[in-house]
Design a protein around this ligand. Structure first.
Ligand SMILES: [Fe+2]
Length: 383
């Protein structure tokens, strides 16, 4: 969607002056060079003023398992809490297209500004509420929100809640809604499970006219560089365009149901290069008189499958807690646990809430994931 916030000149790339007669500083902010979505941003100070470049910290995920064909259950609730969202990130699964991890922040660091220069971020707020502050405006968030932050956005996350649970994805490619949901002009089609009214856009610019020392942590290729800016990173007076952060709640996803079991693509909410993200939401079950609500066994030979369990009783799984993550790798079919097919027959609805990520290239597994793994999970289909 085209969007504008604050004050902008009537035409791009022309003089736009402050009250004192000096110029605002225009910045073209986009991805994929000059060949994709962009926004035009107007700063009080030049966005180029760096006064110090400090060292960097390597946060690249390291593979403990490179080649995996084992179904796994990761008890992510057992992982420690972090001081803030960014400092508490624990990467669990990754490949060249994306990294999937969790963060359980207990507070916010208000004197550091963050920029992910290499990866678009999807932040799924399992538990927590607060304010995503960005240089393009603020977005209130709460339990169930997906926050999408394109690479390059300078941001801070301020939690109001003390105990927070986050599932995150860092993507090498832009994260967008599936193209099949959109018209030629980019409007959600009538059959899509979302509409424009479900999208939360940035509001209330932070136009700080301030010089000084402002600490940025910039993630470039999984290295966190510390850089000091000489003017406030949130100094934008206006912007317009198509490249900006936004949020959408999983609770606003409108499940598509049918007479018989519907396949996973009906649950899709986002896509990136070589992966999709799906939302499994409370819904009525199939209405054929002999329908089986539980899914059939399936051989996802072209993708690994990652499920993050949010709320409710997941009807096709046994012994799952909220916050658990399962990985069902390509190469082995997976399906309902023993007993769950019969149990599902006759049920009229489910209250399950889960996020699924299907990467099309195999995932590697970190030591942190292995440290909280249920090692017997892969045998849990044995009868
Ligand atoms: Fe599946």
């Amino acid at each position: 969607m085209y969007y504008k916030l604050g004050k902008i000149p009537p035409k791009r790339h022309i003089q736009f002056r402050k009250k004192d007669g000096s110029l605002y500083y225009e910045e073209l902010f986009g991805n994929e060079g000059f060949s994709s979505d962009s926004s035009l941003i107007y700063h009080i100070h030049p966005p180029t003023q760096v006064s110090e470049v400090k060292g960097f910290k390597d946060v690249a995920p390291k593979a403990a398992v490179n080649e995996n064909i084992t179904s796994r259950k990761i008890k992510a609730n057992k992982l420690p809490s972090g001081s803030s969202y960014n400092e508490g990130k624990v990467p669990l699964l990754f490949n060249n297209d994306l990294t999937i991890g969790v963060s359980n922040p207990q507070s916010s660091l208000r004197d550091i500004y963050y920029k992910n220069a290499s990866f678009d971020e999807l932040i799924f707020v399992h538990k927590g509420n607060g304010l995503l502050k960005t240089f393009l405006g603020n977005i209130d968030f709460c339990d169930g929100d997906y926050l999408i932050i394109p690479r390059g956005i300078i941001y801070q996350i301020e939690f109001e809640s003390k105990k927070n649970k986050i599932l995150y994805i860092e993507s090498n490619s832009p994260i967008s809604f599936p193209k099949r949901y959109l018209s030629k002009r980019g409007q959600f089609l009538e059959g899509a499970p979302l509409s424009e009214r479900d999208i939360k856009l940035p509001e209330g610019l932070n136009s700080n006219d301030e010089k000084g020392r402002f600490k940025l942590h910039i993630n470039k290729n999984h290295k966190i560089h510390e850089v000091i800016y000489a003017s406030h990173p949130f100094d934008v007076v206006g912007w317009d365009g198509y490249c900006y952060p936004f949020a959408v709640s999983i609770h606003n996803f409108e499940p598509i149901t049918g007479k018989i079991h519907q396949p996973p693509p009906v649950h899709q909410i986002f896509e990136g290069n070589n992966f999709v993200v799906c939302s499994f939401c409370p819904r009525l079950f199939d209405y054929h008189p002999k329908s089986i609500p539980a899914p059939y066994n399936h051989s996802n030979i072209d993708s690994d499958e990652v499920l993050y369990y949010v709320e409710g009783d997941f009807m096709s799984r046994d012994s799952i807690e909220c916050g658990d993550i399962t990985l069902h790798p390509s190469g082995i079919p997976h399906g309902p646990h023993p007993g769950t097919v019969e149990k599902s027959i006759g049920e009229s609805k489910t209250d399950e809430l889960a996020v699924m990520v299907d990467p099309f290239n195999p995932l590697k597994i970190t030591q942190d994931a292995l440290s909280v793994e249920d090692e017997n999970y892969f045998k849990s289909w044995l009868t």
